[in-house]
Every structure is written in C-alpha cells, then in structure tokens.
Design a protein around this ligand. Structure first.
Ligand code: SAM
Ligand code: DTB
Ligand code: SF4
Length: 339
C-alpha cells in the first residue's frame, strides 16, 4: 500500500527534482495510476465574480490596483448572472464551478450574496469552489454551512520567494486561512505559480510546504505564470525572456507534486494557452488530472474548448465524470476505512 506522507524533507524533494527526467516521470506515473484513473481529466470552469481593483500588490496579477494592466474594476456580480454562467458551464460538461473575487478578503456585507451563490450552484449538482482572499474562521464556517465544497487559496511559491512577489500580506497569513478552511470542513485547493523568476530551490520549498501540511490539499493547482503587461513580473519577463521557465522544469514540478501528494487532484491551471501540446501531454503523463476549460481564466485567455477537444482526442483523454460533491470529513472517513 502506498502511504500518504506529510513528513517530506526538503532534501528528499530536492532529490526528486534532481532525478533523471525519465525516472521522475516513471515515479509520477506509478503514483498517479495507484490513486487515479490514468486517462481521466477533471474539467473545471472559472468565473471572475468580482474583477480588478484589488488592494493587494501581487507582482503577477493584472487585478492589483498597482498594476497598469488595463483591467477594469467591477462590482460583485449579480447572483442571477453567476447562476446563469454556472448553468452554461454544466451544459458544457464542467464538473466544478470555480469563482474568484479580486479581494484581499471578503467584507461581512458581501457574505449573504456569496452564500446565495454557493447554494444556487450546488443545487445545480456541480461542485463549488471559491477564491475570495483571506477568511476569518467565522467566514469559513459560513461558507461551509452554505455547502461550499472547495476553497482555493494559493501559497504561490516558497516562503522565501513569496515576500519578493507580494508585500501586502505574509506567507503565514496564507497558511492561517488554509487552517480556517480546513477546520471549517471545506476541502482545500492550494497551489501556486511556476515561472515567476524563482529558483529550483524555491520550487522545492513550494512543493515542500504543500506536501508537509497536516493534510494535503485535495486540489493542487500548478499555474505557469501568464505574463501580463503592466504587472511587475510580466514586465520583468518581457525584458528578460531568458527568465522564462523551461518546459521540462515545469513538467518536473508537476511530477514532484504528483509523487509527494499522490491522492490530490493536480490541476494544470493558468498558462496552458501558450503551452505546446507536447508539454501539456507530458504534464498529463506526469500526473496532472484536472484543467480549466473555456477560453478565459479570470482575466487572461485560456486554451479554449476546441483546442482542448482536439488535444483530448489525440491523447485519448476523457472527462472525469462528476460524483456527488464530497465534503472533507466524508473523504477522510473513507480514507480511514480503507486503511
Ligand atoms: N484574490 C484572491 C487571492 O489572491 O487569493 C483570489 C483570486 S487570485 C487571482 C487566484 C490565484 O490566481 C492567485 O493566487 C495566483 O496563484 C493565480 N494567478 C493570478 N494571476 C496569475 C498570472 N498572471 N499567472 C498565473 N497565475 C495567476
Ligand atoms: C488558480 O490557481 N488559478 C486560477 C484559480 N486558481 C483561481 C486563476 C488563474 C488566473 C490567471 C490569470 C488571470 O486570469 O488573470
Ligand atoms: Fe488581489 Fe488575488 Fe490578484 Fe493578489 S492575486 S492582486 S489578492 S486578486
């Protein structure tokens, strides 16, 4: 039986990154096949329910007030309009509806509308995920009560590199929100961004932080930086094209996430639009088993349904069929029963 470990050392994770590419891929494939259907990929749809005007200064993000990206700030969308989008996503075969807001944290006055949205989407039979910034324990409880299945809150990079990318909050505050989400019984979705100019050591620290959480996140999004003009990191990459992440190094990061967190869904998230089919295929082989569909992420373009359908057909991949959304305590119960 493959045991789920939370005691990985940084050295062990660095050693996985250092393996010959074929070896790290073989280990990742073995871990993947033990816990997942090898050729099934979860389809998720993303909707920005409140765009732009965010007071945080995340160096990658087009929605920060500090970025000169041309993204216009909007108010929180009307509940009905969100539910219409969700219905369309369901018709397009999406299993999970993920909603993002460009907030540092939700205000208490926003919570009634958020709760209504969660209940509405869940009633349609889709899994719900929200990413709204930092949460208080009470807000996490309200979301749990409404039936929220997943909360996305990324740690983004290693603790060391984090403070070079964001100054308006601390890495530990991210971990605190993850604790509140977990304690409320909501499934955790947490990952980060590769290709922000970080070192291999930072990628080791990033995976290490996630793989040593008391319980692994159920979903681990691995984003490739989408360089947006007018953001600190987008402009830096435009000036120093050599800083762009090497495709093989990106695939390695996916593989090491798969090996160290074998039961988690690893999502090949932002950045697919500019990724070759061959690189995406390697990511699926390395254990990525979830994607965002559609032609838009929050503000950035996404690969689009036609190119995804063509790629799935070429690779023999199929959409993971939805199950009833499972709550964290139910999953834990099942895991204990299986041990
Ligand atoms: N404001 C909330 C927060 O920061 O938690 C939720 C929305 S925020 C846009 C969600 C995540 O999107 C970020 O944590 C980051 O990992 C990812 N992201 C944002 N801009 C990106 C970019 N240009 N390229 C890749 N990923 C990006
Ligand atoms: C995540 O890790 N990636 C998604 C989701 N969680 C919310 C967001 C990607 C955003 C890409 C840039 C944009 O669309 O502005
Ligand atoms: Fe705001 Fe989230 Fe963008 Fe940071 S990543 S600027 S918190 S919307």
């Amino acid at each position: 039986m493959v045991t789920i470990r939370n005691d990985w050392s940084r050295e062990e994770i660095a050693a996985l990154f250092d393996l010959p590419f074929g070896d790290v891929m073989r280990k990742a494939m073995a871990a993947h096949e033990t816990h997942h259907a090898a050729n099934e990929v979860q389809l998720c749809t993303l909707l920005s329910i409140k765009t732009g005007g965010c007071p945080e200064d995340c160096g990658y993000c087009s929605q920060s007030v500090k970025a000169d990206s041309g993204v216009e700030a909007t108010k929180l969308m009307d509940v009905r309009a969100v539910l219409q989008s969700a219905a369309q996503a369901k018709d397009n075969g999406s299993q999970r509806f993920c909603m993002g807001a460009a907030w540092r944290n939700p205000k208490d006055r926003d919570m009634p509308a958020i709760v209504e949205i969660v209940k509405g989407v869940r009633d349609m039979g889709m899994e719900t995920c929200m990413t709204l910034g930092m949460l208080t324990p009470k807000q996490a409880d309200m979301l749990a009560e409404a039936g929220l299945d997943y909360y996305n809150h990324n740690i983004d990079s290693s603790p060391e590199y984090y403070e070079r990318v964001i100054s308006t909050r601390k890495f530990d505050e991210r971990i605190e929100t993850l604790d509140h989400v977990r304690n409320a019984g909501i499934n955790v979705c947490s990952g980060g961004i590769v290709g922000m100019g970080e070192t291999r050591e930072d990628r080791v620290g990033f995976v290490h932080t996630l793989a040593t959480l008391p319980q692994h996140p159920e979903s681990v999004p691995v984003n490739a930086l989408v360089p947006v003009k007018g953001t600190v990191l987008g402009d830096m990459l435009a000036d120093t094209p050599l800083a762009k992440i090497d495709d093989i190094e990106f695939v390695r990061t996916v593989a090491v996430a798969r090996i160290t967190m074998p039961k988690s869904m690893v999502r090949l998230s932002a950045g697919r639009e500019s990724m070759s089919e061959a690189t995406q295929a390697l990511c699926f082989m390395a254990g990525a088993n979830s994607i965002f569909t559609g032609d838009k992420l929050l503000t950035a373009p996404n690969a689009g349904d036609d190119s995804d359908a063509a790629l799935f057909s070429k690779l023999g991949l199929t959409a993971l069929q939805g199950e009833e959304p499972m709550r964290a305590e139910k999953i834990c119960g099942q895991m204990e029963a299986a041990e």
